[in-house]
Design a protein around this ligand. Structure first.
Ligand SMILES: [Zn+2]
Length: 148
């Protein structure tokens, strides 16, 4: 098997075969939806994952392992472009499906750090809608009730 080329050469990534292990989905301490698990590299070493993700991530992730459910990804191999501290890209063994995690991560960050309603930058304790929009929405509902 010839490994695919690295894309993030500037970051000095390397391409290795990794076995996905102990994959799970759930909520971490702060209630953020997270993927858990890790890659066991055939050469040596293990790289854990505990990232805040969305549905798009799961869809693309499953496709790389050429299967239908998240559970079935366990113990399957994929090419992993990574550095010691970060996973940039995963690619199916046959090279047909790739998931550029770095690219996904960049757009996901934009999505979560801005209010979905007014696009204001969110504070740390705000979810996906800023406090002002929530207050405005409550006020509208409250006013409607008062009119009646
Ligand atoms: Zn807002």
């Amino acid at each position: 098997m010839k490994p695919p080329q690295c894309r993030y050469k500037k970051e000095q990534t390397e391409m290795e075969l990794g076995k996905w292990e102990e994959g799970d989905l759930g909520f971490e301490d702060h209630g953020i939806f997270t993927i858990f698990g890790g890659f066991d590299y055939l050469d040596a070493g293990h790289q854990g994952m505990g990232w805040c993700i969305d549905l798009e991530f799961i869809e693309k992730f499953i496709r790389v392992f050429d299967t239908y459910t998240f559970n079935k990804c366990n113990n399957k191999l994929a090419w992993v472009e990574h550095t010691h501290g970060r996973i940039y890209r995963i690619i199916s063994i046959d090279g047909k499906h790739e998931f550029d995690i770095q690219k996904w991560s960049d757009s996901f960050k934009d999505k979560i750090y801005h209010c979905k309603n007014c696009d204001a930058v969110l504070g740390e304790d705000e979810g996906t809608i800023c406090k002002k929009c929530i207050d405005d929405a409550f006020e509208k509902v409250y006013k409607k009730k008062e009119v009646k």
